[in-house]
Design a protein around this ligand. Structure first.
Ligand SMILES: NC(=O)c1ccc[n+]([C@@H]2O[C@H](COP(=O)([O-])OP(=O)(O)OC[C@H]3O[C@@H](n4cnc5c(N)ncnc54)[C@H](O)[C@@H]3O)[C@@H](O)[C@H]2O)c1
Length: 314
């Protein structure tokens, strides 16, 4: 048992497992609960396996070995046990609003005043999860990016009633586990990551729909162009460096940028025959039966990128 506090994980799927590994890497005692206790046992085996592999290939996080990290992670079979004395509980159950609201109703009856309830939700606003709760001021969203072990961004999203100490403490816990948190000042649909991602997807859809580029070439624009910079700089600092600072960038390019944007189309509904056109082109490169192989390649590439970024800090 480590001297650090207890972290609870609710839901032992892909994201629950990643959070468990991140918390254990900095010596938290991690307790995992799932409605289906078999899933907890499976998750523990998968975590053990992954941590041992990462220790062998030198990508394990933290400064204690895999065996010690595994020993910090325990499974429990009731909601009471996962919540009891926890300083922070990360909810990772499926993205179904009614399911989450039902769980938050049960949590509301047992939760202590010092426990933070944080949701991994990608799409639901924290106010929608917590509005009916007596303890709604203890609920926040900490949205990870898949795979969280290698992609460190976490979006911290409070509702209007989330207490400020909850926001600050959540951020400091995310920093402690060496993720890269950003804190939204208030909840907005899509948070920040998906608002930016959807703006990009809208334009990709239109470029293919208008016959300007095929699917492979649209992806090349990002993976061999913008994405190369964005992995290090982000779009705003990119503009700062592409002129003599951001002010000069706007002086040089504001008119042409605004002019190009006049040609942007309304957001598509992502339906109709183009879905098949795009899917066929993607499938011809990566057939559905090869998705897992490609995901492994993605995770290995992200591991190398995150190592490069660590050593490349300016
Ligand atoms: N998978 C991703 O790429 C990703 C990325 C960021 C955020 N998220 C979010 O993380 C959350 C979890 O996603 P996931 O992919 O790990 O889901 P998953 O379906 O892999 O796992 C969910 C787990 O929750 C368990 N569960 C279901 N109902 C429960 C309940 N009432 N109490 C306790 N356990 C319960 C299930 O048995 C399952 O083991 C979702 O909100 C999702 O939107 C997912």
């Amino acid at each position: 048992m480590s001297e650090k506090g207890k972290i609870g994980i609710i839901g032992s799927g892909l994201i629950g497992q990643s959070w468990a590994m991140l918390f254990a890497s900095v010596r938290y005692n991690v307790v995992i609960y799932d409605v289906d206790y078999e899933q907890v046992k499976n998750a523990h085996n998968k975590i053990k396996n992954e941590l041992e592999i990462m220790e062998k290939n030198g990508t394990l996080r933290g400064n204690i070995g895999a065996e010690q990290q595994i020993a910090l992670i325990k499974g429990v079979s009731t909601l009471e046990e996962v919540l009891k004395d926890a300083i922070f509980v990360q909810e990772c159950i499926p993205e179904v609003l009614s399911l989450k609201q039902e769980l938050y109703g049960l949590i509301d009856k047992i939760i202590c005043p010092q426990t933070i309830i944080s949701s991994s939700t990608s799409t639901f606003l924290p106010s929608h999860l917590s509005e009916k709760m007596e303890h709604r001021n203890q609920v926040i969203v900490a949205h990870p990016v898949n795979p969280p072990y290698f992609v460190p961004l976490v979006e911290i999203v409070p509702s209007e009633w989330t207490e400020s100490w909850i926001v600050q403490k959540t951020r400091s816990i995310m920093e402690e586990i060496k993720q890269s948190p950003v804190t939204l000042s208030k909840e907005v649909p899509g948070f920040a990551l998906n608002r930016i991602q959807y703006a990009i997807l809208n334009e990709c859809w239109h470029l293919v729909n208008d016959g300007i580029l095929n699917v492979q070439d649209v992806d090349t624009v990002m993976s061999e162009g913008l994405g190369m910079r964005y992995a290090f700089l982000g779009p705003l600092e990119t503009t700062h460096l592409n002129a003599e600072g951001f002010t000069n960038y706007t002086e040089r390019y504001a008119n042409s940028m605004h002019g190009v944007c006049q040609h942007f189309k309304a957001p598509p509904k992502f339906e109709g025959p183009l879905v098949k056109v795009i899917a066929d082109q993607l499938n011809s490169k990566t057939p559905l039966e090869d998705l897992q192989k490609r995901r492994l390649w993605r995770d290995q590439s992200l591991t190398k990128l995150s190592q490069l970024k660590k050593y490349n800090n300016y």
